[in-house]
Design a protein around this ligand. Structure first.
Ligand SMILES: [Zn+2]
Length: 104
């Protein structure tokens, strides 16, 4: 299953969790515990990036994996988080991406 898939760097993982307030990123859910999900499958991009990771509870992670929730919807949920937070400047996001690339 996990063929040569490196762990998600701790700093990136933390940022994704903080972005979602350590809760499921689906606004009507907000359950814990949370897992990190790749919005575009790891097998396609082979990279851990800030833009492609989202915190989901196990229920929604499973629903997403089963295509119960499509990718465009998930991207909207991800964008919602960014709007809600308004916390990450472009520079910070670039740093995170570079950091993920080096460590990932
Ligand atoms: Zn959830």
């Amino acid at each position: 299953m996990a063929q040569d898939r490196p762990d998600i760097p701790t700093a990136l993982k933390r940022t994704i969790l903080v972005e979602a307030g350590h809760r499921c990123a689906i606004p009507t859910c907000r359950q814990t515990p949370v897992e990190l999900a790749h919005i575009t499958p790891w097998s396609k991009i082979k990279e851990h990036t800030f833009d492609n990771l989202i915190a989901l509870c196990p229920t929604y992670h499973t629903r997403f994996d089963r295509d119960d929730i499509d990718r465009k919807s998930m991207l909207q949920y991800k964008q919602n988080l960014e709007v809600l937070n308004g916390r990450y400047t472009d520079v910070e996001r670039q740093v995170l991406k570079v950091y993920a690339r080096i460590l990932g």
